[in-house]
Design a protein around this ligand. Structure first.
Ligand SMILES: [Zn+2]
Length: 327
């Protein structure tokens, strides 16, 4: 019987930092989360991550577990060679330029690997989850933002300057809505969780439907993505229309990704896809309606298997991936 390896990972999200230890069979040994409070800015966040890293390593030591490195997944464009934030991180003030890798390596005196959070999620799905049996796949996260990790020949495609996979910023309407990235008409401006809430509120301008009203105690300020999807599942007219529209827009945008890459699978994770209500089926139907048949006839459209754990698991795997592939 071969001995197991253990991996420690931290996943920095817009609302929570998730972290834990997983073994080389994909079994989670320990996991926890802390509020990220990204509004406080880069330095307090870096202190929080350092504190979490120390606690995680202490926890491993207490359980007699040896972790050979620490992995960190972060929003934004991440230079994975030196572990710094290179750009595009609108949710965390002053995060661009932060040398997380260098700081943690110096502080912890051990190897530290940092990558984009969507790349980490893709790596976890590739090793233990829904992407395991494919050579090529695009792992898409739908939530506060829309991102992806692209797998080609069982390896991450990070792009020439670490910026590949930003499918939330594919322009679907060149005259369209303003996006947080500064551009106009991006997919994310229509299908992020905030955009979905805005669209639902807009449809309620002339009054709420009965099921939605009941779910929100008659107060639109109680609206959340979760409640909207719950109302859709009960057959609420407005909520169903929002789900249908969101799926159609996502399918239209993602058909470009399928035509471009012709991957074996699209794998969806994140809070919005967890809402259910047929969203993934609507996305799939729209992709098949719009794509070249050759690109979509064998395409598999699946849900991610590792859920909220994918980010920290994938971060933990970064060192193993580097050892195996050099990347
Ligand atoms: Zn954008």
């Amino acid at each position: 019987m071969s001995t197991l390896d253990y991996f420690a990972g931290i996943d920095i999200g817009a609302s929570n930092i998730k972290y834990g230890i997983v073994n080389s069979n994909g079994e989670i040994i320990f996991r926890d989360r802390k509020p990220a409070r990204v509004d406080k800015g880069a330095i307090p966040l870096l202190h929080l991550i350092t504190n979490i890293a120390e606690n995680l390593l202490l926890r491993a030591a207490e359980d007699d577990i040896t972790v050979p490195w620490l992995g960190v997944g972060s929003p934004g464009t991440v230079d994975n060679l030196n572990g710094s934030i290179k750009g595009n991180s609108p949710n965390i003030p002053n995060w661009v330029g932060t040398g997380i890798g260098e700081h943690l390596r110096n502080y912890l005196n051990m190897p530290v690997y940092v990558d984009n959070d969507a790349n980490a999620m893709a790596l976890a799905e590739l090793r233990f989850g829904a992407a395991k049996r494919f050579n090529s796949a695009v792992c898409i996260t739908l939530g506060t933002g829309i991102g992806s990790g692209i797998i080609v020949n069982k390896q991450l495609w990070r792009g020439s300057d670490f910026s590949a996979g930003e499918i939330g910023h594919i322009v679907i309407d060149y005259n369209g809505k303003k996006c947080r990235c500064g551009n106009i008409g991006c997919l994310e401006a229509y299908c992020s969780s905030q955009a979905i809430l805005d669209r639902t509120r807009d449809k309620c301008r002339n009054g709420m439907t009965e099921i939605l009203s009941e779910a929100l105690d008659g107060d639109l300020s109680n609206l959340s993505v979760k409640k909207m999807f719950a109302a859709a599942k009960k057959g609420d007219e407005i909520a169903l229309a929002v789900v249908e529209e969101t799926g159609t827009i996502l399918g239209a945008g993602l058909s470009g990704v399928v035509n471009l890459l012709n991957p074996e699978a699209l794998i969806f994770g994140g809070g919005i896809i967890d809402g259910g209500a047929g969203l993934i089926e609507i996305i799939g139907a729209e992709i098949r309606r719009r794509c070249f048949a050759a690109a979509s006839e064998n395409l598999r459209i699946l849900k991610a298997e590792l859920g909220n754990d994918a980010g920290f698991i994938g971060a933990g795997l970064l060192g193993e991936y580097k050892t195996k592939t050099g990347g």
